[in-house]
Ligand binder design. Structure first.
Ligand SMILES: [Zn+2]
Length: 82
């Protein structure tokens, strides 16, 4: 899936790409077995969206395909940027 990310980032300015990466890292994909990883780790990008979603993917822990919950994880220590 790496090519897809590079393709998207190639279309965006470096600043937009950075913001998209940051946001994608906060989107978590959780398997019913309890294993979770970020959308970014899975090679995906999720930006400008909200709410919960389900995706059917293979879990790299239990090695099974399940409906995984995609949700936005608020950063533990939000930085004030200005
Ligand atoms: Zn699993």
């Amino acid at each position: 899936m790496g090519w897809f990310r590079r393709f998207i980032l190639g279309l965006s300015s470096p600043k937009t790409g950075e913001a998209m990466e940051k946001e994608s890292r906060n989107w978590m994909v959780q398997c019913p077995c309890g294993h979770e990883r970020s959308v970014w780790e899975m090679g995906g990008i999720r930006s400008g969206a909200s709410g919960k979603k389900k995706i059917y993917v293979r879990c790299d822990k239990c090695q099974k395909r399940h409906w995984n919950t995609v949700y936005y994880k608020e950063p533990a220590n939000p930085k004030t940027e200005g």
